[in-house]
Ligand binder design. Structure first.
Ligand code: ADP
Length: 483
């Protein structure tokens, strides 16, 4: 251990010799400095953090009380003993009021002096230890601030004493709202889930498995992977949010359900039609036979589309898709799409598809087939999600060197909270198809990925119940695109 450092300040050379001698005789590990004036002492105090200071109260120039005040200012934690003259009780009391650790009256009782000094040194040492521990704790707390895992610390009284940034971010509960409250108050169903959380007696890798628990917050449910470690004054819990992983799992589950539905429905129609033609062809007139054959063709096309959407999404994910660079006139392309989707919509007489183009539209340099695919997807969706008909409008405009396509419908619309998510892979607003509209949730994902690869943007503007407008913005001139 480092020696403890004492500064003795006295204008009396005899005392300046006697006191160090007495100290060295009785104490080990002490380093003593002396100063004859308060000014000389202050010079040292500014440089050295002494463990204790002993000073005479009466000195020429700055006296001991003034020195004490300076010490309190410069080194508030250093205990200071004052030596007072015989019977100077008032001064002694002033010294204690001024923050002196103790006073020793002359003639100095050596045992008392040494005992008091030893206590002062001990206090200072404890003080330093506490300070070091606090600094270490602060260091740890700072480290905890920057880990990705949420961390909170609950003391023996079940009160939250630490709540890191990640905990704030994951749970959406600010520190001020958590600190000083019980875990049960802060986390609504904590009392129910706490018994499920494994708590290790000692920290260490692999000492335990985290538990996955549902945490109920105001209006959301979060899935957390959480574990705890006990320590002297409580338990520290670390957790991660599994909500997104779980959402993804659910999405995958939904996808499997959707895709099997999307495959089974056309397959059933094809099988039924083919069976009927095989078993009862002679009972059917030409027109009925023709209808059944059309069902087979249409439903086969639908099957092919589902399969190719799945394949295309896979290729977009792995980057194995090349886009052509050719000059494309968008207005004729839009008319072609309108006609094609319009024809396949036979029977839905209340719905019309119109193309509106501003006079001069610059050509687009890119992949015609892929752009056509994006447009078909948007127009088909516009039709699909307009159960009571209405007009679907395809607008083509150029603006500042960019092309803008807008596909507007007057259909069911999309709630604000869903407008970004619908571009996600497999995402469907109504996966249970309560409105009887089928789909894989891949269409808009494919649109977004293709448009991105053409250096464009896609977004939607919609009001629930009033219809939607999907926008695609593309650069007007481009060279090769390869992804
Ligand atoms: P799918 O149509 O196969 O479900 P999409 O990726 O094309 O998949 O669309 C995702 C979801 O976005 C749809 O399930 C639907 O809820 C919503 N959506 C897409 N286009 C429209 C639209 N024009 N009007 C209302 N909702 C739409």
């Amino acid at each position: 251990m480092n020696p403890q450092r004492i500064l003795i300040v006295d204008d009396d050379p005899a005392l300046l010799e006697a006191l160090p001698a007495a100290i060295e005789l009785r104490m080990d590990g002490i380093e003593i400095e002396t100063a004859e004036t308060a000014d000389a002492a202050l010079e040292r105090i500014r440089i050295v953090d002494h463990d204790a200071i002993v000073t005479d109260i009466k000195m020429p120039g700055m006296d001991g009380l003034a020195l004490l005040a300076e010490i309190k200012r410069l080194r508030p934690r250093t205990p200071t003993l004052l030596i007072t003259g015989h019977g100077e009780h008032d001064l002694a009391i002033q010294a204690l009021r001024g923050g002196a650790y103790d006073y020793v009256a002359k003639p100095i009782d050596r045992d008392y002096f040494l005992a008091s000094l030893a206590r002062a040194l001990q206090v200072r040492q404890l003080d330093r230890q506490v300070e070091e521990q606090r600094a270490a704790l602060e260091r740890h707390a700072r480290v905890l601030e920057h880990v990705d895992d949420g961390v909170f610390l609950v003391d023996d009284a079940e009160v939250i004493q630490h709540w890191n940034l990640a905990a704030e971010a994951i749970l959406g509960i600010p520190r001020q709202a958590a600190l000083g409250r019980s875990a049960g108050e802060t986390l609504p169903n904590w009392d129910a889930i706490a018994p499920l959380v494994p708590v290790a007696k000692t920290p260490g890798p692999g000492s335990q498995q985290a538990a996955t628990v549902p945490l109920e917050l105001d209006e959301r449910e979060l899935w957390l992977s959480i574990s705890g470690v006990e320590f002297a004054d409580g338990t520290v819990y670390a957790f991660r949010s599994l909500t997104e992983e779980r959402a993804l799992d659910e999405l995958k589950g939904e996808f499997v359900a959707t895709v099997s539905h999307e495959l089974r429905t056309p397959l059933a129609a094809i099988y039924g039609s083919a069976q009927t033609l095989r078993e009862r062809r002679h009972e059917l007139d030409d027109a009925s036979q023709q209808r059944l054959l059309e069902v087979i063709v249409q439903e086969s096309e639908r099957l092919t589309r589902v399969a190719s959407d799945i394949l295309l999404a896979g290729r977009l994910d792995t980057g194995g898709l090349k886009l052509a660079a050719e000059e494309v006139d968008i207005v004729p392309l839009a008319r072609e799409v309108a006609d094609e989707v319009g024809t396949s919509q036979r029977g839905n007489g209340e719905l019309s598809i119109e193309v509106v183009a501003s006079t001069a539209v610059a050509p687009f340099a890119g992949d015609r087939d892929r752009l056509r695919q994006v447009l078909i997807n948007l127009v088909e969706n516009a039709v699909k999600y307009s159960p009571s008909g209405g007009k679907v409008e395809i607008r083509v405009e150029s603006d500042n060197g960019r092309l803008r396509l807008a596909v507007q419908d007057r259909g069911v619309g999309i709630a604000q909270g869903e407008q970004r998510r619908i571009f996600g892979k497999f995402y469907r607003v109504d996966p249970n198809q309560t409105h009887g509209v089928g789909g894989t949730g891949l269409g808009l994902y494919i649109c977004r990925e293709l448009v991105r690869r053409m250096d464009g943007r896609i977004w939607v503007d919609s009001r629930e119940g009033h219809g939607s407008t999907f926008f695609v913005e593309l650069p007007a001139a481009r060279s090769t695109v390869a992804v």
